[in-house]
Design a protein around this ligand. Structure first.
Ligand SMILES: C[S@@+](CC[C@H](N)C(=O)[O-])C[C@H]1O[C@@H](n2cnc3c(N)ncnc32)[C@H](O)[C@@H]1O
Length: 335
């Protein structure tokens, strides 16, 4: 099964057969459970004959959740391809003001979730659509960004809380290129629970790791102590890129498995000391094409090759491993 996302209007109107509505009520996500299932899904359903797709969305939201007063807007189009047979739909975002009684139809239960529930109907499709809604906020509305940040932060905290208490191997792209780094300090942006930061600290670097997940930072502190080393952790939400300006300057910056926003990318050169090294390694566009990972979080083909006139590109590699498709870049700041 393949899920693809398209800009709004990219799919011909008559091909759109489904409307799916990610909806917030009192800052929580509305998920619904079909009477015959024990899994959760985003409200949505099939377009009726000659129905406007926007009407489908409003009708389905009411029928599946009981939402009586809400604002709704389209986000993007999508396709789900099974056995080479694509079906198309439109994804909407709604903010519900009033939830009334649930109409006596197919849905058995409506529940509010702070983050996407674990037991999902069609988990791959639902999680991609949910992530897409979250990422679409980034470009549009400041208040929503707060909600998104809160939800994503809770998701990441849960992720780290549930992870085995075991430090995983550092990234091979970093290990293989560590000789290119300048002696001295490192800023690890979106450091997670510290596999790379701790590897660098045990190799003589002074490392600061920043991330918005307090759980991740707590684990990093624990692992560093266990390894007999030290990494300074700082909780920073990178959605507010300006916070980076208050940091020191570094001999190296690494960003692994996280696609920085444009604002963060813009600030990186000024955070580097002269001759400083910037290493970025994360999913590339093939992760979207082949695995349906949201395009937003993938580097486009050669996206960073000409990104920094003030930096020299020392290395650029596209590679594949068991986790997927990656691009790695290493830049150096000129005098
Ligand atoms: C896939 S993990 C990568 C962790 C680490 N760099 C590694 O290679 O193992 C992505 C990290 O980005 C962090 N993150 C996501 N959005 C963030 C944000 N807005 N601000 C700060 N950290 C964020 C998450 O908490 C998570 O630790």
């Amino acid at each position: 099964m393949k899920v693809e996302m398209f800009e709004l209007g990219h799919v011909q109107d008559e091909k759109l057969k489904y409307a799916v509505i990610a909806a917030l009520f009192q800052e929580q996500w509305v998920f619904v459970r079909h009477k015959e299932r024990d899994t959760w899904e985003i409200p949505g359903g099939r377009r009726e004959q000659d129905e406007d797709i926007n009407t489908t969305a409003s009708r389905e939201l009411f029928e599946e959740s009981g939402a009586e007063k809400f604002t709704i807007k389209p986000i993007c189009d999508y396709s789900v391809t099974v056995k080479e047979e694509p079906s198309f739909g439109r994804l909407f975002f709604a903010e519900i003001e009033e939830l009334g009684d649930l109409p006596e139809l197919e849905i058995g239960e409506v529940r509010l979730f702070k983050e996407i529930p674990e037991k999902l109907t069609y988990p791959k499709i639902q999680s991609i659509l949910h992530k897409w809604v979250l990422s679409s906020f980034e470009a549009t509305n400041l208040d929503k960004r707060k909600i998104v940040a809160k939800v994503e932060k809770a998701e990441w905290n849960d992720f780290f809380r549930q992870r085995d208490l075991r430090l995983i191997e550092p990234e091979a792209f970093l290990v293989n290129n560590v000789h290119l780094l300048q002696t001295g300090s490192v800023l690890d942006i979106a450091c997670g629970d510290g596999r790379n930061a701790i590897f660098l600290a045990t190799n003589g670097f002074q490392v600061k790791g920043i991330d918005f997940s307090s759980e991740a930072l707590e684990r990093m502190r624990y692992f560093a102590e266990k390894e007999g080393t030290y990494v300074e952790g700082k909780e920073i939400d990178l959605r507010n890129a300006q916070l980076l300006k208050a940091l020191d300057r570094f001999d190296n910056i690494i960003i692994n498995h996280y696609k920085p926003t444009k604002d963060v990318l813009n600030l990186l050169p000024m955070l580097l000391n002269e001759k400083g090294i910037l290493l970025i390694c994360t999913f590339n566009y093939l992760q979207n094409v082949e695995k349906g990972y949201p395009r937003e979080f993938c580097l486009e083909k050669e996206e960073l090759v000409d990104r920094y006139p003030e930096l020299v590109l020392l290395r650029h590699e596209s590679f594949t491993d068991a986790r997927g498709y990656f691009d790695g870049y290493i830049f150096q700041k000129n005098e």
